[in-house]
Design a protein around this ligand. Structure first.
Ligand code: PEP
Ligand code: MN
Length: 332
């Protein structure tokens, strides 16, 4: 159950009520929001005089649910806004991993050419083998910091584990919680206190319920700037890297109030179909796209097979416009 306390309730009283109800809480716009397990269907009698509104919820998808808040949440990402009534689709691009200053500067120039605002690049890579390239770590974050100073972009980069979460929070404008890290509640709780926008990627064996509940960890700590990213789930199919779950995306759009970002690059795993998939995603009216691009994918140190070179990115990007026009979206 979600309970909005009256603005007149003091901080001490709110904390006392939260403890009595075994609720977690945060303060927003001058009032406290208390959240208990969704199994609770009736408000506690001792709480009622202090409550302005309460919402009985059907599952632990609570703050993210359309039953609580029917409007799509708006999120501000530097100069860009997504969600709400914006009809914006944010194009996020950049390499899988930052590899050198030269490489990331070339990527920054690609964004400039297309008037884009949000550059991605991983510094701490969650590889499936310890022998693969693990990322440049802090050195990479510092390079991204330089790019941010020079170009003013939003930087999105991923946190792999709790050992470097503070660094990632410091250097990023949007924190990416990857498919393998999305169950790490230490990371999620830290993100909830950072106030920075958080993009959570769906684990490849994660149900939609579990996926949105990981967003609840961030929302219930008082950070309302959460985006959900579908990046493919594992099915019986082996010809593609993963299976992009567009049915799941339809479900998220219908049932949650969080912006949805689509990542066809990691789903397909091969560059040949990325343009087609990206057009399909735009046609679905999603809030953002995450596309891996690299100045020379043949030498990329991670995810080489799926990254687009800049000519391929440009022709894909140009092909999105008629689709966006047809469904009333602005690609930003
Ligand atoms: C990535 O975005 O480069 C990445 C590692 O993604 P995922 O967590 O979806 O595998
Ligand atoms: Mn990648």
């Amino acid at each position: 159950m979600i309970i909005h306390l009256k603005e007149s309730v003091s901080d001490d009283k709110a904390l006392e009520l939260a403890a009595q109800a075994s609720a977690i809480y945060y303060k927003k716009d001058g009032f406290y929001v208390l959240i208990t397990a969704s199994a609770q269907k009736e408000i506690n009698p001792e709480l009622e005089p202090y409550a302005d509104a309460h919402f009985a919820m059907s599952s632990d998808i609570q703050l993210a649910s359309k039953d609580y808040r029917s409007d799509l949440r708006e999120i501000t990402l530097g100069k860009a806004k997504i969600g709400g009534k914006t009809n914006n689709t944010l194009m996020i691009t950049g390499p899988c991993s930052i590899e050198s200053m030269e490489q990331i500067t070339q990527s920054a120039e690609l964004l400039k050419k297309h008037n884009l605002t949000t550059l991605r690049a991983g510094c701490y890579k969650p590889r499936t083998s310890p022998y693969s390239f693990q990322g440049l770590g802090l050195e990479g974050l510092k390079m991204l910091g330089k790019i941010r100073d020079q170009y003013g972009y939003n930087i999105i980069t991923e946190v792999r584990d709790s050992t470097h979460i503070d660094e990632v929070i410091e250097y990023s404008d949007i924190i990416q919680v990857g498919a393998k890290a999305m169950y790490d509640q230490g990371i999620l709780r830290k993100c909830s206190k950072s106030g920075k926008p958080v993009l959570i990627k769906r684990g490849f064996g994660t149900t939609l319920q579990e996926f949105v509940q990981s967003a609840e960890f961030v929302l219930s700590g008082g950070n309302e700037n959460v985006m959900l990213c579908e990046r493919g789930i594992r099915t019986f199919e082996t010809k593609t890297r993963f299976t992009l779950d567009l049915c799941g995306v339809a479900w998220l759009k219908e049932n949650t109030n969080l912006p949805v970002i689509l990542d066809p690059s990691h789903a397909l795993g091969y560059r040949y179909g990325i343009a087609d998939l990206t057009r399909a995603c735009v046609a679905m009216g999603v809030d953002g796209l995450l596309i891996e691009s690299h100045p020379d994918p043949s030498v990329a140190k991670s995810d080489a097979a799926q990254q687009l070179n800049f000519d391929q990115f440009t022709s894909m990007f140009e092909s999105l416009q008629p689709v966006a026009n047809a469904v009333g979206r602005n690609i930003i």
